[in-house]
Design a protein around this ligand. Structure first.
Ligand code: HMG
Ligand code: MG
Length: 297
C-alpha cells in the first residue's frame, strides 16, 4: 500500500459531537473538555458553532466557550458560521478560523439552513469575504456528498458544482461530508476519482459519519487516494439534527488507533486523548465506545 507518513485530524467533537445531544451540557464542562483536547497534540479543534441558538440550543453558549477556553498556540480553534450574524458574533469573541457549510442536495440544505442551494451562495460569499477581511482562514463543508436523507442519491455533478463554488469563494479546503453515514468504500473511491480530476487532493478533506460502521473503511480509501485531512469526533459523538437518521462521526480514537497502527503519524498522544474521552464520557453520563483501546507499540 502507498501510505502517507502523516495525516491531520480535525477534531469536531465539541461542535458536531455535541450538537445532536438532547441534554444541555454546562459551559464549564465544554471548556474543560476543550482544554483537555488542546493538550493532546491535536492541532485543530472545531470548538462550537455560531448558528441560531434556537436551531442548535446545546451550542447557544458558543461565545462564552470562546471566551473561557485556554488557547494553546499550537491549536487552530475553528467554529461553524452560517451567515454574517454568526460571523459578527464569532469575531467579537475571537476565532482562528471560520467554517462555512452547505449541502449538495437541496432538501437537506433547506432543512438545515432554511435556504435553497442557489440562495446560499451569496450568503456564504459574504461570510468568506468578511472572514478573510478579518484575516481568518475559511474552510468549507459540503454535506450529503454520498447521499441525502430526503433526496436520496446525490449526483456527483451537484457535488462538484458546490465544491467549485466554495473554492471560488476563497475557502482553503473543502471537507466532503457523509452526513448520514451511507457511503461505502467503492462509492468513496468513485466520487473521489471524479473530484480529483478537477480539484487538487490537498484541498479536499473527508468528514465521515459512521451510521453503518463503514467510516474507517471509507477513510482507508481516502488515505489511499491521497487525502491527508480527516474530521472525527471523540467517542463517535455527533450527527446533524436536521438530517434524519444521522448518527455519530467516526470516533477519533478509532481513527487515531488505525492510522497509528498503520505507521501514519497523527501527532496525537493517545493516552492523553483517552483522558479527554473519559472526562466527557463521565460528564455526559454516556458509555462511549472503544475506551479500553490502548496502542501497544
Ligand atoms: P433563518 O431563520 O432563516 O435566519 O435561519 P434569518 O436570516 O431569516 O434570521 C432570522 C432571525 O434569526 C433574525 O433575528 C436573525 O438576526 C437571527 P430577528 O431579526 O428575527 O430578531 N439570526 C441569528 N441569530 C444568532 N446567530 C445567527 C443568526 N442568524 C440569524 N447566526 C440559519 C438561518 C442559518 C441561521 C439557521 O437555519 C441555522 O442556524 N441553521 C444551523 C443548523 C445547524 O447548525 N445544523 C448543524 C450543522 S451542519 C452539519 O452538522 C453538517 C456538517 O457536520 C458536515 C456533514 O456532516 O455533512 C458540517
Ligand atoms: Mg457532520
Amino acid at each position: 500500500m502507498k501510505l502517507p507518513k502523516k495525516v491531520q485530524i480535525k477534531e469536531v467533537g465539541p461542535r458536531d459531537g455535541l450538537q445532536n445531544e438532547k441534554v444541555s451540557v454546562p459551559t464549564h464542562i465544554k471548556v474543560e473538555w476543550i482544554n483537555k483536547l488542546s493538550e493532546t497534540g491535536l492541532d485543530y479543534i472545531e470548538f462550537s458553532s455560531f448558528v441560531h441558538p434556537k436551531w442548535i440550543p446545546v451550542l447557544a453558549d458558543a461565545a462564552e466557550v470562546a471566551k473561557l477556553i485556554k488557547r494553546n498556540p499550537n491549536v487552530t480553534y475553528a467554529a461553524l458560521i452560517p451567515n454574517m450574524k454568526g460571523l459578527e458574533r464569532a469575531l467579537t469573541v475571537g476565532i482562528d478560523e471560520a467554517s462555512v457549510f452547505m449541502s449538495a442536495s437541496d432538501t437537506h440544505n433547506r432543512k438545515n439552513i432554511n435556504k435553497s442551494i442557489e440562495e446560499t451562495f451569496p450568503v456564504l460569499q459574504e461570510v468568506v469575504d468578511g472572514a478573510i477581511k478579518a484575516e481568518k482562514n475559511v474552510r468549507g463543508y459540503v454535506s450529503t456528498v454520498f447521499g441525502c436523507p430526503y433526496d436520496g442519491a446525490v449526483d456527483v455533478d451537484e457535488v462538484k458544482k458546490v465544491v467549485y463554488k466554495l473554492m471560488e469563494m476563497g475557502v482553503y479546503e473543502v471537507s466532503l461530508g457523509d452526513t448520514i453515514g451511507v457511503a461505502n468504500p467503492k462509492q468513496v473511491n468513485d466520487v473521489l476519482d471524479e473530484l480529483l480530476r478537477e480539484f487538487p487532493v490537498d484541498k479536499l478533506a473527508l468528514h465521515l459519519h459512521d451510521t453503518r460502521g463503514m467510516a474507517l473503511a471509507n477513510t482507508l480509501v481516502g488515505v489511499e487516494k491521497g487525502i491527508k485531512t480527516f474530521d472525527s469526533a471523540l467517542g463517535g459523538l455527533g450527527g446533524c439534527p436536521y438530517a434524519k437518521g444521522a448518527t455519530g462521526n467516526v470516533a477519533s480514537e478509532d481513527l487515531i488507533h488505525m492510522l497509528g497502527e498503520m505507521g501514519i503519524d497523527t501527532n496525537v498522544q493517545f493516552e492523553r486523548f483517552m483522558e479527554a474521552a473519559k472526562y466527557i464520557e463521565n460528564a455526559l453520563n454516556k458509555s462511549l465506545p472503544s475506551h479500553q483501546l490502548q496502542i501497544v507499540r
